[in-house]
Design a protein around this ligand. Structure first.
Ligand SMILES: *[C@@H]1O[C@H](CO)[C@@H](O)[C@H](O)[C@H]1NC(C)=O
Ligand SMILES: *[C@@H]1O[C@H](CO)[C@@H](O)[C@H](O)[C@H]1NC(C)=O
Ligand SMILES: *[C@@H]1O[C@H](CO)[C@@H](O)[C@H](O)[C@H]1NC(C)=O
Ligand SMILES: *[C@@H]1O[C@H](CO)[C@@H](O)[C@H](O)[C@H]1NC(C)=O
Ligand SMILES: *[C@@H]1O[C@H](CO)[C@@H](O)[C@H](O)[C@H]1NC(C)=O
Ligand SMILES: *[C@@H]1O[C@H](CO)[C@@H](O)[C@H](O)[C@H]1NC(C)=O
Ligand SMILES: *[C@@H]1O[C@H](CO)[C@@H](O)[C@H](O)[C@H]1NC(C)=O
Ligand SMILES: *[C@@H]1O[C@H](CO)[C@@H](O)[C@H](O)[C@H]1NC(C)=O
Length: 664
């Protein structure tokens, strides 16, 4: 990080106090006051509510919402920017690191979408200095990007509790219960002191150490820099200075000395850091909790005098640190920040862009059959509906599923835990072999209720072999409830404007399903022979494949599996889930609709799926691989590491629906 101040910073502050446009501010406040005074009382705003207009003094003058310059008269398509509002307090070690880590700050400069703006406010009394400091921090990390990004970042020198508008109400009433929310602290006690010494802390990276702080008090022992074994730390928490060796080496060494936990303190003047392993260090599991904090002179002194010091761990609740206003002007939660980087802020903003695009797509002409409108999905039955299809289905060559999952309440805290598979089954003729085949698949967003997805399942028009169909959407019966919404959208592709190219899926043959991914996995699959109907012009392979469970190779959720459909013994059509287990495999799919900032490890890549996302069908035109006049064969097999799976324990499983689709 850099602490050098950009030359003109202080000048800007002075200018802003004189130049702000008072009249507009007063008018704005009168207007917004009317809107939100009706909400007097303790009740706050809820996610989804329309955000009233407001203005806030900033280092550059004044920030008004909606921004005055955003949708300048001309085009109706120009969109309101998404606005993220961040309330900083240096009482949180997590926020201190968010604002001092080079990676976090450069993530802000690099990844904040151009469509998003950010308003930074401090909760501390030194808000004016902190506003300047925050701007300097971004300036120092942004480098050449500063010029582009600065107009979208707004720094308020007025602290949160003095804003006088509705913004504090949202921060206070939404509170902060999630990961890295609230004020995580270490409490030191010693017979030397009449009051405890309480210090902010940041635990080591969420997915690194396998250890948790107990609520009970621990005894603390001096351990130097922790780079060499210290027998005195056996059974107690090691007090370790930064530097000398890596965080990994310190914590591993202290763990080998049988410490029950590690507290690493920053050297005077240094910020707290996000302790994590690097590279091969991460291959070693360490079963010990650790946290970083500032040096506490009273603790150093007591330990050096040989006085006993106890330590315990607590989290004091705080207002929320973030909320947002989306492009549609609705208030929105920001989810969990799993570790201190502004990338989480950017992911949420990326999702707002995705969602706006989705709303545009959902406006395209289509014949819409409503199926569910916030219907409870729970238990064995799931959500069920019977719908009439539009007449003359062969007019359509596009079928899209417009699906959304929300929660029983308005807040994410009411949303179901875990990432479970959701499947949609359809039956239009209960005597048909196609009855209750899978029409769509999604994975729930772990404790976030904003998911909405538009999935093209056009080839499965061939499953709709009746006028009235029953649809069932369900997840595992033990999952907490979701509210599901679903529309079927029928339309024409017509993109080429060449109607003779529009082919209709008229016939479908079911192929393989998955199963337990063990050494017998591939023995279950026999070659299937098929003929091509005389009128068919095109043959497509369609498969929806996801891997779940965790054997000794982390299969099939986090291992790389490959899936093959061999046509006529000559053509290998293969799909490899090569991002499974990668650090950001799913985070990089937020732009496709993956719900960001979920609870749990939503960022990692997975076997063909992501939390909070639809499962994309795999489609391959195999017309050139088949003999249109004669008999053909197809055979599926699935491999791990290029071989038959052979797990030593707890085999995982593959969920698969696969079809041949014939078009005319
Ligand atoms: C952060 O960036 C500054 C300036 O770019 C550099 O001096 C400092 O060493 C960096 N710190 C780390 C931990 O990379
Ligand atoms: C935050 O707190 C730390 C120690 O508590 C201090 O060293 C640092 O200067 C503070 N930063 C700001 C911006 O207030
Ligand atoms: C420290 O904790 C131990 C138990 O773990 C307790 O017996 C002792 O009284 C505590 N000392 C102080 C100063 O809190
Ligand atoms: C840690 O505990 C183990 C098992 O009790 C013991 O064998 C080992 O010697 C201890 N290590 C140290 C450095 O005290
Ligand atoms: C650590 O794990 C990675 C990925 O599994 C592997 O490529 C690497 O060789 C391992 N390193 C060591 C030192 O075992
Ligand atoms: C299909 O494309 C043609 C030519 O681009 C256009 O005139 C027509 O309106 C389109 N039809 C539909 C249903 O989109
Ligand atoms: C339309 O598609 C057909 C079949 O692919 C092709 O033969 C024909 O040339 C196309 N016509 C135009 C105008 O692109
Ligand atoms: C298809 O792939 C499998 C697995 O890599 C391989 O064993 C087989 O020989 C391939 N077949 C063809 C025809 O390429």
């Amino acid at each position: 990080m850099t602490r050098s101040s950009p030359g003109p910073a202080r000048l800007w502050l002075r200018l802003c106090w004189s130049c702000c446009c008072l009249l507009a501010a007063v008018e704005g406040r009168l207007f917004t006051a009317k809107l939100w005074s009706v909400r007097a009382g303790l009740g706050g705003f809820e996610p989804g509510d329309a955000a009233p207009a407001f203005s806030v003094s900033t280092l550059d003058g004044e920030f008004s919402y909606p921004p005055k310059d955003s949708s300048s008269s001309s085009s109706s398509s120009s969109l309101r920017p998404a606005l993220i509002i961040h309330a900083f307090t240096n009482k949180s070690a997590f926020l201190e690191v968010l604002w001092t880590s080079n990676m976090s700050l450069s993530d802000l400069a690099e990844f904040l979408p151009p469509s998003a703006q950010v308003l930074f406010i401090s909760m501390d009394d030194s808000a004016a200095e902190q506003a300047l400091w925050m701007r300097e921090q971004v300036y120092g990390a942004a480098g050449s990007r500063w010029k582009e990004i600065r107009s979208r970042l707004h720094f308020s020198p007025v602290p949160l509790h003095m804003l006088g508008n509705w913004i504090p109400r949202v921060f206070y009433s939404w509170g902060c219960g999630g990961h890295n929310c609230g004020l995580a602290q270490v409490v030191f006690t010693s017979s030397e002191w009449s009051v405890p010494v309480i210090s902010k802390r940041l635990n080591a990276r969420y997915d690194w150490l396998n250890g948790r702080w107990d609520p009970k008090p621990y005894v603390l022992a001096e351990a130097g820099d922790g780079c060499k074994p210290v027998p005195e730390v056996a059974g107690v928490v090691a007090w370790v200075s930064e530097g000398g060796c890596s965080f990994f080496t310190k914590i591993k060494t202290m763990s080998e000395s049988n410490a029950t936990g590690v507290l690493v303190y920053a050297s005077p003047g240094n910020p707290i850091q996000d302790m994590n392993c690097v590279g091969d260090e991460c291959n070693t599991t360490l079963n010990i909790p650790a946290a970083m904090l500032h040096i506490e002179p009273a603790v150093v002194e007591a330990l050096s005098k040989g006085k006993s010091v106890n330590v315990s761990f607590q989290v004091t609740p705080s207002p929320n640190f973030f909320f947002a206003i989306d492009h549609q002007g609705a208030l929105a939660e920001m989810g969990w920040f799993l570790y201190p980087t502004f990338r989480f802020l950017s992911w949420q903003a990326e999702w707002f862009d995705f969602y706006t695009g989705l709303l545009e797509q959902a406006k395209k002409p289509a014949d819409v059959v409503p199926v569910f409108d916030r219907v409870l999905m729970q238990g064995e039955a799931g959500a069920q509906a019977v719908v009439d299809l539009p007449p003359d289905l062969l007019r359509y060559d596009v079928l899209e599923l417009d699906a959304a999952l929300s929660c029983p309440g308005l807040r994410d805290e009411t949303c179901a835990h875990w990432d479970h598979t959701v499947q949609l089954f359809v039956c239009c003729d209960r005597f048909s072999p196609h009855c209750n085949q899978e029409l769509g698949r999604w994975i729930t967003a772990f404790r976030r209720g904003t998911g909405r997805w538009l999935t093209d399942v056009s080839p499965l028009l061939a499953l709709l072999n009746g006028e009235r169909c029953s649809l069932t959407m369900k997840t595992v019966p033990w999952a907490m409830p979701w509210m599901t919404s679903l529309n079927l959208r029928f339309s024409y592709s017509n993109s080429s404007g060449n109607s003779s190219e529009n082919l209709y899926p008229f016939k479908l043959v079911s192929l393989y399903n998955g199963g337990t991914f063990d050494r017998d996995y591939n023995k279950r699959f026999q070659e299937i022979k098929f003929d091509i109907p005389a009128s068919a012009k095109k043959v497509e392979l369609y498969a929806v494949i996801t891997g779940h469970g965790s054997d000794d190779n982390a299969c099939c959720e986090f291992c790389v599996t490959s899936h093959f459909f061999s046509v006529n013994g000559i053509y290998n059509n293969s799909r490899i889930f090569d991002s499974a287990g990668s650090a950001l495999g799913c985070a990089l799919r937020v732009g496709e609709g993956g719900v960001p900032n979920e609870h749990g490890t939503w960022l990692y890549g997975r076997g063909g799926w992501c939390d909070g996302l639809q499962v994309n069908p795999w489609r391959i035109d195999i017309t050139p691989q088949v003999n249109m006049g004669g008999t053909n064969t197809i055979l599926y097999f699935g491999l791990f590491d290029g071989r038959n799976p052979n797990p030593a324990r707890d085999p995982g499983y593959i969920i698969m629906y696969s079809y041949l689709i014939f078009y005319k």
